[in-house]
Design a binder for this molecule. Structure first.
Ligand SMILES: [Zn+2]
Length: 429
């Protein structure tokens, strides 16, 4: 599509076969529009119905609306390209196709490798149950695989000769559980067993792998927590006479805000207003809402700090810029882009108020007419923000000054170590 639209296309960015860069224009400021398109495992779901019905067991589903995300960003980049072309404007527009946001952290590798280096501003969006300029708050995180190596033995005849790697991961989890009481409130640690060492209870398991996902409000806090988890892993290895290997799998930074860009985007948002939905959209939204709890619905606007009305099937307003969020914070690899270039994002209503993301209800609404209306609206917000910035270079400069001030005090240190490459190269899938 980028080629068809006349962009210069580079494929396989950072050796990721599905990462793509399209550029149009040969001089002037560079505006980047970021697209994502990945899905989530285990969320296969038939579209357009209000009941849980997978298409295939354990299949993938667009539980975070990234199908809409990537497409709206492409539409926005194309609209800006058409505007530049038609009016002979000195500006360059880029579309960054960024795979594997859900845990793969493609943008972090792209930020580390300087792919955003000469960009003036990056613009992005995310599907939501509400309309707002994104609150620049997200958690830094890292996924680290801990592999324990013990010694296999017959569990009945020679248990004294075995050293259990399974015991080691269990003790590590106990240690992390005790650590949780002594972490900052916003920090989170999640885990998944990647390899339990086998299913024979009569064998002392000799090799196990556990993945810990550590989240913190910023990179400094994150590095502190990672050091503590490393000590717990070393302790578990010491206790069980096993060895432990630590491999960083991915990492993302917290988002840096940029008031100038947020004000420009808010002004475009206020001009365009909320997404306009019709009666049919509201009927389907209410069907979906009948599968949700009241708590799901009441939590829906917590990111914008507005009390959720129980009788609003689809969001019909644009949140003011100064509304204060009170929770609902996750992580995103857009965070790393915001550390290397001034960045702004929108949240646009694409689904029923109350819809929890990463659930079948999000997938079920993923290609409904309401979702497509939100998607086109998102493209308009991003494209008009880009053109407003191109028309007023003083805003681009102001945004850059704010960014320079932030990173001069606290420079970017990529959370993925230099020796780690996208897992597709390490062949870890
Ligand atoms: Zn998402």
């Amino acid at each position: 599509m980028l080629k068809k639209e006349g962009f210069n296309v580079t494929e396989g960015i950072c050796n990721m076969p599905t990462a793509v860069l399209g550029e149009y224009g040969d001089s002037g400021p560079i505006i980047a529009i970021l697209g994502e398109f990945d899905a989530l495992p285990g969320l296969s779901q038939v579209a357009g119905i209000a009941e849980h019905k997978p298409i295939e067991n354990a299949g993938n589903g667009h539980g975070c609306g990234h199908n809409l995300l990537g497409a709206a960003s492409l539409l926005a980049a194309t609209a800006v390209k058409d505007w530049i072309e038609k009016n002979n404007i000195k500006a360059r527009i880029r579309y960054y196709g960024c795979p594997a946001e859900e845990g793969g952290a493609a943008k972090t590798y792209m930020a580390r490798d300087g792919i955003f280096d000469n960009v003036d501003t990056a613009i992005c969006w995310h599907p939501a149950t509400f309309n707002s300029v994104n609150k620049p708050v997200s958690l830094a995180n890292t996924r680290i695989d801990f592999t324990f190596f013990g010694k296999a033995a017959h569990a009945a005849t020679a248990p004294h000769l075995g050293r259990s790697a399974l015991d080691a991961v269990e003790l590590m989890n106990v240690g992390v559980n005790y650590m949780r009481e002594h972490m900052p409130d916003s920090a989170r640690i999640h885990y998944a067993y990647m390899d339990v060492g086998g299913n024979a209870a009569n064998v002392v398991q000799s090799k196990t792998t556990i993945r810990h996902l550590i989240r913190a409000s910023n990179l400094i806090e994150l590095r502190g927590l990672v050091d503590r988890v490393y000590k717990i892993a070393d302790g578990a290895a010491l206790m069980t006479e096993t060895k432990v290997e630590k491999n960083v799998y991915s990492g993302v930074s917290n988002l840096l805000g940029n008031k100038t860009l947020e004000q420009v985007m808010q002004s475009e948002f206020d001009k365009l207003g909320p997404v306009i939905f019709d009666e049919n959209d509201k009927v389907f939204a209410n069907e979906i809402r009948s599968t949700l709890t009241e708590s799901d619905i009441l939590d829906s606007f917590q990111r914008i700090g507005i009390e959720t009305p129980l009788d609003m099937p689809l969001c019909d307003f644009v949140a003011p810029l100064d509304s204060l969020g009170n929770g609902g914070i996750g992580s995103t690899d857009v965070g790393d882009v915001s550390w290397v270039v001034p960045t702004v994002q929108a949240r646009i209503a694409t689904c029923a108020v109350g819809t929890p993301f990463h659930t079948w209800q999000t997938v079920a609404q993923g290609k409904a007419p309401a979702a497509h209306k939100g998607m086109v609206h998102a493209a308009k917000i991003m494209a008009s923000t880009a053109s407003a910035l191109i028309k007023d270079p003083s805003k681009l400069k102001e945004a850059k000054n704010t960014y320079d001030e932030q990173v001069s005090k606290n420079p970017y240190i990529c959370p993925i170590p230099e020796e780690v490459f996208p897992p597709i190269i390490n062949n870890k899938f």
